[in-house]
Write a protein that binds this ligand. Sequence first.
Ligand code: SF4
Length: 388
Amino acid sequence: VCPVGALHEADHTWKLVKDIANPKKKVIVQVAPAVRVALGEEFGLEPGTDVTGKMVTALKKLGFDQVFDTNWAADLTIMEEASELIDRVTRKLGGDEDVKLPILTSCCPAWVKFFEHNYPDFLDVPSSAKSPQQMFGAVAKGIWAKEEGIAREDLVCVSIMPCLAKKYEASRDEFKVDGTPDVDYSVSTRELAALLKQANIDLKRLDEDKFDNPLGASTGAADIFGRTGGVIEAATRTAYEWITKESLESVDFEDLRGMEGIRVAEVSIPGLDEKLGSKFRIGIAHGLGAARELMDKLRAGEETLHAIEIMACKGGCIGGGGQPYHHGDFGIIRKRFEGLQNIDNNKEIRKSHENKYIQELYEKHLGKPMSHEAHHLLHTKYFPKHKI
Ligand code: SF4
């Protein structure tokens, strides 16, 4: 049972089958980064095997009208989160007492619900940027559908997630417009595998296909969202270049990687180190026990950090509750970790701000990160809840 009640075990696969069969509905899908290195396990492939291309083919065979990538929205999340990080640090250094540091990542809905219940005094600390799942839904229904001439009520936006808490996130009221959700429902990796088997689609035997665009192109920074330390590493790649106005020699921040439950790493950012009086200090926790330990240290003033990434599942989303069961075998999580890292290593572009489709979105619709338009579409609020 989920300790914060964030998990909704609702299985929407039957609803999905009915929507796909309905000729009046346009059904689109986004797929989270961690799914592509775990789905193959359900078809006899090794953990960590990258099945991205086969998965796209499988989703098209199932009948989705467009197959998009949550990774695209992960790059968008970094544009907003890195901007917010720089904004907060700059204002803090300028003496603004209202600004809170560290800034926390907020992509994980189980973690969000956990701090709403247990750390109401920290509600202004997490980034207000929506998660990639919700940014995708907001752009798909708020911009893409309009450009395509699709009425909101005719568009069904589905997500394939490694996560059961994403079902809950999609249903939160702040992610609805006129009572209808931006993401209609979320299907887990295991549920997708079961659906493919029912449809006699053998993933292993499929040819590879590519995601549709414009909501399908992504950089390596987006792939690592699926493993612990990845979101903050992706944000650091972008923030570093924006602060220093120089190109990174290496985008691999090895100190941010690892599997320890709590990690603290220092990143040197020329120009910022002197102003901070120290290097940029980043904390990472995965698993809610580790998260609580780190947060309690912050609350007690025993730790000073500038940014933190917290993921509720051990290993991050690769170890999510909707993934193929790993039965406590951490070797499987490590292989999925390596699988995502290989995808990142082999991507031509590995920094979110260099995604040309994201650049186009800002040019055509949003202006710049944290603009009024971006805030309206891509940011959210958090609410205090009873202690559990
Ligand atoms: Fe979901 Fe776990 Fe990832 Fe959080 S860490 S988003 S609960 S899969």
